[in-house]
Design a protein around this ligand. Structure first.
Ligand code: FAD
Ligand code: NAD
Length: 486
């Protein structure tokens, strides 16, 4: 559609779905002069998820960890079209994407369909509730920016309500009991951040309540953080014990109610525990649009975990679709590290593909021209016959050269390079499993926390975000966290 796309009919159209870890990394590396590039995402920004739990307790301001997608695309060599919309359907046969404007304000047009030559599919995943009753209605999630903002509001509401005059002690205990479901890194980091808030700020702002707050982390498996080494799991558990964060392992949440959670304990007994707030960090599942797309390719897409791709990130069974990040089912963990490496890799492959397509287009044009060369006839002059033979020879030579170059086209398969796993566990301590030589170094404590901070600061995508995050950390050190509730 004319005004929207920087459309060049000579170039192929590359549609990118999503503005998360995978696709943002792709956009940073992509040579945008190769394609007509269109980015479609319901969020017009990139969210730095590792620092999301810090937003939930007010250590960081929400805007410090987001970056508008246009900040990245505006510096590209050729204009990129960024559309704030949610893709609702991908047709892998006719190669089209349908998307809708699902924001509050809508214009005369709020749904349309465009064609792609290549599609980069990076829509991530959504929260897995396992259809457990009450989760959707009563629990807070920790996946999107809005989730962290909502959690901060509700958490502060619990604290203010507990401080209401005349509240009996049983009700105060309930309101100040925070339950985090899921002992993966999200649940652990969030519990650590919550603990910091209580320790650093609540004691001085609400001294009468401080000792009454309880945090319980519920995990269905026998231990928290299964992806970390045993030594670091033990370290985290002992730190949590010291911080008075109770860990309930082999315990499954069966229902979330307005004022309680229903737990199945290790001995299979059912217990209802009163609480003020439940944060659901129990993992992710594929989005509906992903399931719908996979259902259109039933022979090749049978993995329930997500999209099956080959070693070049091509969606199996589809022509021209590449999938990266959390929406895929690969041998790698669904992490930002994997998604961003896949995005950067794919950008390089797409550059090679653009070169291959240009060679192929030239070859096709030559073959077409050759087919239309007028045959030499006896009435032609000797010079004309010689010139025609010369032209045919030149075309043949160029064709041979193009075929030689096309035969050389062989992108390298994706190779993941693991840089280590880090997690914040509260009280200015972090844990890290870092690859070293052919082994692993496990470390935990305050020094690791400083490493965690500097690693995340340097991974933030822009100087602007680094400045905002560093300033927020200094502000909290000087003035404490903001306990006002918007
Ligand atoms: P996302 O980053 O989720 O991006 C998906 C994008 O698609 C978003 O922009 C979304 O708006 C967009 N989208 C959604 N639906 C549609 C649609 N229908 N049409 C178009 N666009 C759509 N990983 C680590 O490696 N280290 C960490 O420390 C870490 N910490 C984390 C902390 C938290 C709290 C969370 C929630 C996750 C954390 N992760 C971490 C995991 C990491 O965030 C994910 O693995 C990563 O975001 C996956 O990248 P992605 O590009 O596949 O998806
Ligand atoms: P996760 O899938 O890693 O953990 C969810 C946990 O919830 C699981 O251990 C599961 O057993 C538990 N669970 C599920 N249902 C339950 C129930 N009904 N009751 C009790 N427990 C239940 O999810 P996550 O922590 O959000 O992580 C998602 C991905 O993001 C992972 O790949 C993770 O590595 C990555 N991540 C990494 C970091 C980091 O590196 N610091 C931080 C956050 C997330």
């Amino acid at each position: 559609p004319g005004t929207q796309l920087p459309f060049d009919p000579e170039k192929k159209t590359l549609v990118v779905l999503g503005s998360g870890w995978g696709t943002t990394s792709l956009l940073k590396t992509l040579d945008t002069t190769d394609y007509n590039v269109v980015v479609i995402s319901p969020k017009n920004f990139f969210l730095f998820t590792p620092l999301l739990p810090s937003v939930a307790v007010g250590t960081l301001a929400p805007r410090s960890i987001i970056q508008p997608t246009r900040y990245i695309t505006r510096h590209k060599a050729r204009q990129v079209s960024v559309i704030e919309a949610e893709a609702t359907d991908v047709d892998p046969i006719n190669k089209t994407v349908t998307f809708v404007d699902n924001s509050d304000i809508k214009g005369a047009v709020s749904a349309t369909t465009i064609s792609y030559d290549y599609l980069v599919y990076g829509v991530g995943a959504e929260v897995q509730t396992f259809n457990i009753p009450g989760v959707q209605k009563h629990a807070c999630f920790m996946k999107e920016l809005g989730d962290a903002e909502r959690m901060q509001r509700e958490f502060m509401d619990c604290v203010e309500t507990a401080a209401f005059p005349g509240q009996d002690s049983k009700e105060v205990d309930r309101l100040l009991h925070m339950v985090v479901v899921g002992g993966g890194p999200t649940g652990v980091e969030l519990s650590g951040e919550l603990h910091d808030f209580l320790e650093d700020d609540l004691k001085s702002w609400y001294p009468e309540l401080a000792g009454k707050i309880r945090i319980t982390l519920v995990e269905a498996l026998p231990s928290v953080l299964p992806m970390f080494s045993k030594q670091l799991i033990n370290y985290t558990e002992s730190q949590f014990k010291e911080s008075k964060i109770e860990i309930l392992t082999k315990t499954m949440v069966k229902e979330v109610k307005e004022k309680s959670v229903v737990l199945q304990m290790p001995d299979k007994s059912i217990v209802e525990v009163p609480c003020g707030l439940v944060v659901w960090a129990a993992g992710n599942k594929g989005r509906k649009i992903t399931q719908d797309l996979m259902a259109k390719l039933p022979e090749d897409q049978t993995n329930r975990r997500g999209i099956t791709v080959d070693d070049y990130m091509q969606m199996k069974g589809a022509n021209g679709i590449f999938a990266i990040g959390d929406c895929t089912a690969t041998s790698y963990a669904p992490t930002a590290q994997v998604a961003s490496q896949q995005g950067a890799y794919l950008a390089r492959v797409l550059h090679q593909i653009a070169r291959r397509d240009a060679l192929q287009a030239r070859l096709d044009a030559l073959e077409k021209a050759e087919a239309h060369l007028p045959p030499a006839v006896s009435t032609d002059s000797t010079e004309a016959i010689a010139a025609a033979a010369d032209d045919a020879k030149k075309i043949e030579a160029e064709k041979e050269e193009l075929k030689r170059q096309l035969a050389k086209f062989k992108p390298r398969p994706f190779h993941y390079s693991h840089q280590g796993t880090l997690a914040y566990i509260g009280s200015d301590k972090a844990i890290a499993d870092l690859p070293f030589m052919n082994g692993n170094i496990a470390s935990g404590g305050v020094a690791t926390f400083l490493f965690w901070r500097s690693a995340y600061l340097s991974t933030l995508f822009s100087l602007r975000n680094r400045t905002l995050v560093a300033t927020d950390w200094i502000k909290v050190k000087l003035f404490g966290r903001d306990v006002s509730r918007e």
